[in-house]
Every structure is written in structure tokens, then in C-alpha cells.
Design a protein around this ligand. Structure first.
Ligand code: ATP
Ligand code: MG
Length: 359
């Protein structure tokens, strides 16, 4: 047993369907650990949720971030509650983790999985194979600004988007490395630098500076409004996409919907220097409308788990998991959001059987 690798994972289920899909993710991880025999997982669960906030005014206990720092990776479900304004839950739980651990890249692969189809009939499965690299630490999510003249008819709210050379450059560099590692070697920059003439012009400038170092990567540049049209009408012309925090968020919801459902889309909040843990989560939210019904699509979470395993160096397990997910969707084990009638546990158990067969 000498060469069994060990990984410490902090699991934060959160709220709503986050709790349900993470429970299924644990079953999948346990199965992979058992079958592979080459790694051991220590999974500790932190039940930080909107209920805690409603009781104590805090999502994360005082020493919570310090505790998380010791882990190799964080697996996250979703946060959100009808009883808590969204900006409070987001700033209460996810954003502090992203910021504290310098998870400055949000990586979102999007493909049409086997057995799924785009809701837009003109899009063939092979037309849509993208990776969105979303800047994850600054920009429109900097949290800078404030209000004056409160509670008067003249209230002014300033929401200051902060862009730094360092913040832009490290994300753009990551995007070029990503594009360069993919067969098509094509990177599209998305900004709105015609209307936003400071920060987004700096994005354009740095993009072309870095591009000079990657002669093998073809590039182009889009304004975010025109980009939504291109994604819908000419998806096969895109491959790797890099965008600001806000634009990346919006475009990846669109991309996920085009690929079948937001229930299948994964995301990785990466600290590329590996100084701190990275965090893996499905892109969907807590979905209070279907919470507790057992019908949530667990695929986005399973795909996120596959990305986590690869990040931890468990390439084989990550690839087997991805293949297993594809076999499950291909053979028709699908939840309602992707046109099937299977419930979450049925999909999970089909995956557990596929994994059993793959070792
Ligand atoms: P949040 O504020 O937490 O992001 P939201 O309301 O913005 O929540 P989601 O929770 O992602 O967004 O839900 C958007 C819609 O997509 C809802 O109708 C929800 O039921 C559906 N949905 C989200 N995730 C899934 C899933 N995994 N499986 C099935 N349907 C889903
Ligand atoms: Mg949302």
C-alpha cells in the first residue's frame, strides 16, 4: 500500500439542490477510490448554508477560511435561498473563497454530451466544443463603490469595475496556454471596449501583447453583444474564449443552455499557482423550484468532480469518470431538463455501474 496517493477534499454542499447533487458526488468519489486502489480520499463536509446565515448573520464561521486552506481541493454545490437576497449569499460564501484563495481563473468547458442535443435545432453536437476562461478575481465583481444620497430621490450608486494589468495578464496568459493545448489552437477575446474605454481597452492591449508570445494560436476579438449572436448562429467558429468576470458569467450560462441545460455544465475556480486550494462546482444555482424533489441533474457536478480529480493529478480516474458520464447520457439515463424522465439517484446509479465496468 506504499504508493497510495492521498487527497484531502473539503466538501461544501450549500443550499437547495447543491446538497442533493453533492451527496451523489460523494458516492461517485467513493466508488472511484474503491475501484482505482491507487488513491485515498479524505472528504470532510462543511454544512455552511443560508440557514446558518439566517441564524447567525454569517455563512462562514470565523476560522472557516483558515480551515479550508489546508485542503487540496474544495468541492462546492450551490448557494442561494429565497429568504436571502442573492448578493448577500454570493458575497457570503462563494466570493470570499474565490478571493481568499486567489482562484483567479474560472474555467468552463462546454460540449454537447453524447445523447444530448442543443435546444437550437440548427446546432449539431460537433459544432459546439468550447472552453470559456472567465477572469474570476476582479472587474465588475471587485465589490468597489457605494451609494450617496441614500433614501432620497437623488440616490447615486457607483459600482466600480476594477481591472489591473496583473489581473488581466495572468488570465489572458492562462487562456493562451489553454487554447494552445487544444487541437484547433484558436482564442477569441470578448470585451466591450468600444463603450468601456479604460479597463476594456487595457484588456485589448494586453491580449495582443501576450498573443505575440503565442504565434501558434490564432486569435480574434469580439464585442460581447456581437458574441452572443455568433455563439448562437456560428458556434463552430469558436474554440477557446476569454472574457471578463461579468461577461464570462453571462456567456457561460448561454453556452450551457446551448449545450443542452445548465444542469450539465461544470466549472473550476482555479488557483493556477497551486499556492491555495482550487474549487470545483456545477455552474447552476440552488434551484429552489426543484429542491427536495430528487430530480436535479447531477451531471454538472459529476463533470466538475472529473475536473477536480484531474487537477489533483488523478488523470486516469478523471478520464474514466468523464467516459462514464458520457456512456450514461448516451444510453438515455437523463433527467427531465435534458429530455429524459430519470431521477437523480437513477442517473447516479447508472454511473456507478459504468464505473464498475470500466476498471
Ligand atoms: P442562484 O441564484 O443560486 O444562481 P438561480 O435561480 O439563478 O439560482 P438556478 O438555481 O441555476 O438559478 O436555476 C435556474 C433554472 O434552472 C431553474 O428553473 C432550475 O430549476 C433549473 N436548474 C438549475 N440547475 C438544475 C439542475 N441541476 N437540474 C435541473 N434543473 C436545473
Ligand atoms: Mg444564477
Amino acid at each position: 500500500m506504499a504508493d497510495v496517493r492521498e487527497h484531502w477534499i473539503a466538501s461544501i454542499p450549500g443550499d437547495g439542490i447543491g446538497i442533493e447533487v453533492i451527496e451523489q458526488a460523494h458516492r461517485v468519489l467513493k466508488q472511484l477510490e474503491k475501484l482505482s486502489k491507487t488513491f485515498k480520499l479524505h472528504i470532510d463536509t462543511f454544512n455552511w448554508s443560508s440557514n446558518d446565515y439566517l441564524k447567525t448573520g454569517e455563512y462562514i464561521p470565523a476560522d472557516g477560511l483558515k480551515t479550508l486552506k489546508k485542503y487540496d481541493a474544495i468541492l462546492f454545490g450551490a448557494v442561494g435561498s429565497p429568504d436571502v437576497p442573492d448578493h448577500i449569499s454570493l458575497w457570503g460564501l462563494i466570493l470570499p473563497i474565490r478571493k481568499m484563495f486567489n482562484q483567479y481563473v474560472n474555467l468552463r468547458p462546454i460540449r454537447v454530451l453524447p445523447g444530448l442535443s442543443s435546444p437550437l435545432k440548427h446546432i449539431d453536437a460537433q459544432d459546439l466544443d468550447w472552453v470559456i476562461v472567465r477572469e474570476n478575481s476582479e472587474g465588475e465583481y471587485a465589490g468597489q463603490g457605494g451609494t450617496t444620497h441614500d433614501d432620497t430621490p437623488y440616490t447615486i450608486a457607483n459600482e466600480v469595475a476594477v481591472f489591473t494589468r496583473q489581473g488581466i495578464e495572468r488570465t489572458i496568459r492562462f487562456a493562451f496556454d489553454t487554447a494552445s493545448s487544444r487541437p484547433r489552437k484558436h482564442l477569441t477575446l470578448v470585451t466591450k471596449s468600444n463603450a468601456q474605454r479604460h479597463g476594456l481597452v487595457l484588456w485589448d492591449k494586453i491580449f495582443y501583447e501576450v498573443a505575440a508570445e503565442y504565434p501558434d494560436v490564432k486569435t480574434d476579438k469580439m464585442l460581447v453583444d456581437a458574441m452572443t449572436v455568433r455563439m448562437v448562429l456560428k458556434p463552430s467558429t469558436l474554440d477557446t474564449i476569454v472574457a471578463t468576470n461579468l461577461h464570462g458569467d453571462i456567456l457561460s450560462d448561454l453556452a450551457a443552455a446551448l449545450s443542452g441545460s445548465i444542469g450539465v455544465a461544470p466549472s473550476s475556480n482555479l488557483n493556477p499557482t497551486r499556492e491555495f486550494p482550487s474549487m470545483f462546482e456545477p455552474i447552476h444555482g440552488s434551484a429552489p423550484d426543484i429542491a427536495g424533489l430528487g430530480v436535479a441533474n447531477p451531471v454538472g457536478t459529476f463533470w466538475s468532480v472529473a475536473e477536480m480529480l484531474k487537477w489533483l493529478g488523478e488523470q486516469e480516474a478523471g478520464e474514466k469518470l468523464m467516459k462514464g458520464i458520457e456512456k450514461v447520457t448516451e444510453s438515455g439515463f437523463k433527467t427531465k431538463d435534458i429530455g429524459g424522465n430519470a431521477d437523480m439517484v437513477t442517473v447516479t446509479e447508472a454511473l456507478l455501474r459504468e464505473l464498475e465496468n470500466s476498471y
